[in-house]
Design a protein. Structure first.
Length: 134
C-alpha cells in the first residue's frame, strides 16, 4: 500500500459506525525527524460490495507515541470515493508522529486506504505567468 502502484490497501479492523473516532493510520517519521507537514494525499479503498470509505477525517500530530497526546491540526471533509485527493492545511507545525483519524463511519465495510502521503514541502505560489491578466 501507499505507493500508488500497489494493489494492497491498509484496512481497518473496525467497520461501519465503529470506524468513527476509533480507526486511524499514520506515520512515525523517526526520532531524528520532526517534519513540517503542509497537507496530505489520500486515496481510500473500496471493495465495491459495501462502501469502505469515510466522509471526514482529522489530521493529528504529536511528538509522543500515537496513542498518547495527539493534537488536532485540522478536520477535513473528504470525498467518500476511491479517487486520489489532496488536502492542504490552513496552518502547520512540526511533529514526529502524524496520522489521520476517521471522524465518520463507513456504510458497513472496513475503512480502507490505498495511498497516504504527508506533504512535507510548502506548496508553490502560482507564477505571475499563471495569473489571469486584467
Amino acid at each position: 500500500a501507499f505507493d500508488l502502484t500497489s494493489e494492497m490497501p491498509w484496512v481497518s479492523g473496525r467497520n461501519g459506525d465503529d470506524v468513527k473516532e476509533q480507526a486511524w493510520i499514520g506515520w512515525d517519521h523517526g526520532a531524528a525527524q520532526r517534519p513540517m507537514v503542509y497537507g496530505f494525499e489520500l486515496q481510500q479503498w473500496d471493495a465495491g460490495e459495501r462502501p469502505n470509505t469515510v466522509s471526514s477525517v482529522a489530521l493529528e500530530c504529536s511528538d509522543e507515541p500515537f496513542a498518547a497526546h495527539m493534537t488536532l491540526v485540522q478536520e477535513f471533509d473528504v470525498p467518500a470515493n476511491a479517487a486520489l485527493n489532496t488536502f492542504y492545511l490552513a496552518a502547520t507545525r512540526r511533529a514526529r508522529f502524524w496520522r489521520i483519524r476517521a471522524t465518520s463511519g463507513t456504510q458497513g465495510g472496513h475503512w480502507g486506504v490505498s495511498h497516504l502521503q504527508f506533504i512535507k514541502q510548502k506548496p508553490k505560489a502560482p507564477d505571475d505567468a499563471d495569473r489571469p491578466q486584467s
